[in-house]
Design a protein around this ligand. Sequence first.
Ligand code: UD1
Length: 343
Amino acid sequence: MAKKILVTGGTGYIGSHTVVELQQAGYEVVIIDNLSNSNADVLEGITRITGKRPLFDKIDCTDFNAMKALFKKYTFDGIIHFAASKAVGESVQKPLMYYRNNLVSLINLLELMPEHNVKGIVFSSSCTVYGEPDMNPIDENAPIKPAASPYGNTKQINEEIIQDFIHSGAPVKSIILRYFNPIGAHPSAEIGELPLGVPQNLVPYITQTGMGIRKKMSVFGNDYNTPDGSCIRDFINVVDLAKAHVIAIERMLEDKSDEKVEIFNLGTGTGLSVLELINIFEKVSEESLPYEIVGRREGDIEQIWAQPDKANKVLGWTAKETIEDTMASAWRWQQRLREKGTM
Ligand code: UD1
């Protein structure tokens, strides 16, 4: 019988791409999402790609009674927990909302897992836990730095909650995945990133500007200590990233590791600057992108890219897509949104 996976936040950006990969690998998926930052239409896109509609319940993970009912309704083999608030700036304005959403959601899941015999949870973490790294590329043993925002702090605290819970002897396993900068869209252009309002992240801002939805884009700083002065990130294709989750869930469910908690960096291993990414977008879209250099954005890290060796060797996972194909996928998705009249 197909294994059943609960995907929280499964209508979101990374969640939806992961649901596609899970279904294509033969898993049965139950999505829950409160739809605070996503749209149930995403289910149609997933269905068109995979030929199968995932089960969906509109539930907020912070609602313990609703979660209890969900765990009674289904028997889950494993969980992938994406549901979280993720805007760095907003987290500074609304810290309690971030702590409540991000911490209570995880605590509810962990509390329900043992009594319902759910074996493992994959947790969506971020390279933000490393803060400004002392050196790049950065591996999983690098020190955790004081968080620069409540959002970043929720990722650090949640990692600690998982570690503490498992070290207390709880009969669950976890794989913590630290993402670098996920970008791009499914090659079918059926699903992709769908920011509500003005995008905070770089790539949706680029593609919306390319489409003329935004007049021009701002590059936040060209006076960093990097070759072209703009910040450097490790931009990882979202489908590549999604595939790592399928490997992680299988690893836990099939006890391929004796360790009860494992941590992996998910990145390409290559750093690219903001200006280089803009150039690549201009090349693949054949659009010239109006941009101006403005002041630095508060809280930005100067440069960070992954040492993904552990994921490469232990998970047998590597980021495969080129940055050109990834940016082309983001652009196709933006064009699709225009065709559908969504944006
Ligand atoms: C941030 C968080 C990350 C989080 C992610 C999700 C940190 C250090 N990183 O990533 O943990 O998961 O958001 O929201 O907290 N840029 C521009 N112009 C724009 C937008 C962005 O120049 O209009 C630049 C930024 O200054 C940055 C780079 O592009 O240098 C990437 O920015 P962004 O896409 O927002 O991601 P991060 O800040 O790296």
